[in-house]
Design a protein around this ligand. Structure first.
Ligand code: AMP
Length: 198
């Protein structure tokens, strides 16, 4: 299964993707996680991306497209994958379509986690507090001011990806303001219905 989770930062994409990994045994491909790993390892990509990521700005399309191209080619992604945080622009969506087509592959579904954006700053602050409490590193971009910029980037550059997939007949919307378990259950029912359609 090839799936995209889309929604603003803090919508719960990472949480839901992790649950889907468990259930379906396919990897979560999070460009945010990959960029943070590259930053921590000090690779050239990481060094170039650091300022943009820490500042809540989008990394150039060619950089993330390159990362995804390499990652999709790895053996564990052959059975399928869950994209989390990619594509974030129409150019990235076009590049993904092209690379899937080259491999004779297709997307099964795009699930939008629809949330009330006025509630997201609180969620992000909770994520930062939880990370600090459990001794995990706190993301530099989980800061109220930087977060505002990330939300602006989402509304300016990424929200247009939703009608893009709606036109392609791939979009399903799930209410991301529900409990984590209820969001998972709704995603499950979207995916079950796909199985029935096939
Ligand atoms: P995330 O973990 O998905 O919230 O991503 C954290 C940050 O990584 C974003 O604010 C961007 O700076 C960068 N990033 C992640 N994915 C992408 C992408 N697909 N396109 C551009 N920048 C990205």
């Amino acid at each position: 299964m090839r799936l995209i989770l889309v929604g603003p930062p803090g919508a719960g994409k990472g949480t839901q993707a992790a649950r889907l990994v468990e259930k379906y045994g396919i990897p979560q491909l999070s460009t945010g996680d990959m960029l943070r790993a590259a930053m921590a390892a000090g690779t050239p990509v990481g060094l170039a991306a650091k300022e943009l990521v820490d500042g809540g700005k989008l990394v150039p399309d060619d950089v993330v497209v390159g990362i995804i191209r390499e990652r999709i080619a790895e053996a564990d992604a052959r059975k399928g994958f869950i994209l989390d945080g990619f594509p974030r622009t129409v150019a990235q969506a076009d590049a993904l379509a092209e690379m899937l087509q080259e491999g004779g592959l297709a997307l099964d579904a795009v699930i939008e986690l629809r949330v009330d954006q006025t509630k997201l700053v609180d969620r992000i602050m909770k994520r930062a507090a939880d990370a600090a409490a459990s001794g995990q590193p706190v993301r530099k971009d989980d800061d109220p001011e930087v977060f505002k910029g990330r939300l602006e980037a989402y509304n300016r550059d990424t929200a247009v990806v939703i009608p893009y997939y709606e036109k392609a007949g791939l979009l399903s919307v799930v209410d991301g303001m529900q409990s984590i378990d209820q969001v998972s259950a709704d995603i499950e029912s979207v995916l079950t219905n796909l199985d029935e359609k096939v």
